[in-house]
Ligand binder design. Structure first.
Ligand SMILES: Cc1cc2nc3c(=O)[nH]c(=O)nc-3n(C[C@H](O)[C@H](O)[C@H](O)COP(=O)(O)O)c2cc1C
Length: 231
């Protein structure tokens, strides 16, 4: 075991606090070696019965551009596909609705997109499918035979990946918007017949000058989501 010290703890806390979603990346490439190392660290995640249900399709260069083009062609036509899994509720309620709105207004405010400017919102939303210009795009899938509970395993995997990326000075954005185009992704990446789209993830280096990268999201205090008994 490594010799952990209070400094280790402070470093991990600083890495965790430094992460936020990045929505405009520099073209600076990320090597295959680095992406492989991040995935190896992510796969240290625990999973029920050590099943390790995640599968990752890592795309760079022309492969990344080709997937983006295939999805954007659908997006521009207004085509909609049925998601493999439900993600958001059809009916929103509080407190979640307000949190979601606050985040959206914050992002559009930084981009000077006025409330109701549907065209600019559509263009910004479409930038998801360019992985926000990140040099690496990841598509995470889960075999449908494993059941929805294994989303939790995938979530732990993604958490590890984001933290490991930050520790390497890299930035990320988790993008469930890719789950809106499962048929296109399945066809384009020639996925196995049971593979279902969980999420996309953009990976690269943040553009320090981009206003959208200045979005700071708040969190509820611990007392608002946890109760403590028997301490
Ligand atoms: C499962 C998941 C899906 C997400 N999907 C998107 C997305 O499609 N597009 C996007 O711009 N951000 C997406 N995000 C980023 C969230 O908006 C972001 O994590 C949240 O607002 C908190 O901000 P922070 O990541 O900067 O702390 C997603 C995050 C998660 C965890």
């Amino acid at each position: 075991m490594p010799d952990f010290t209070p400094q280790t703890c402070a470093t991990v806390a600083a890495v965790l606090r430094s992460r936020h979603s990045i929505r405009r990346f520099l073209p600076t490439p990320v090597s295959l070696e680095v992406v492989s190392e991040l995935l190896e660290l992510a796969a240290r995640a625990p999973s029920g019965g050590n099943v390790q249900p995640w599968r990752v399709h890592a795309l760079a260069g022309d492969a990344r551009k080709a997937l983006s083009a295939a999805i954007l062609a659908e997006y521009e036509q207004g085509a909609r596909e049925k998601r493999d899994f439900d993600f958001y509720p059809t009916q929103w309620s509080e407190p979640w609705l307000s949190r979601r709105r606050k985040m959206g207004f914050g992002l559009y405010g930084l981009l000077n997109i006025a409330k109701g400017d549907k065209e600019r919102m559509r263009v910004q939303s479409g930038r998801n499918y360019l992985f926000f210009d990140a040099p690496v795009g990841l598509i995470l899938t889960l075999d449908e035979r494993l059941g929805h509970g294994m989303f939790l395993d995938c979530g732990v995997f993604v958490g590890n990946l984001l933290t490991a990326a930050r520790a390497h000075g890299l930035d990320t954005c988790v993008q469930d918007s890719f789950a809106d185009y499962p048929a296109t992704i399945r066809r384009h990446l020639k996925l196995g017949e049971n593979e279902r789209i969980v999420t996309g993830i953009a990976l690269g280096y943040a553009d320090p000058d981009a206003p959208e990268n200045r979005l700071v999201t708040e969190r509820e205090p611990v007392a608002a989501f946890a109760d403590f008994q028997g301490f």
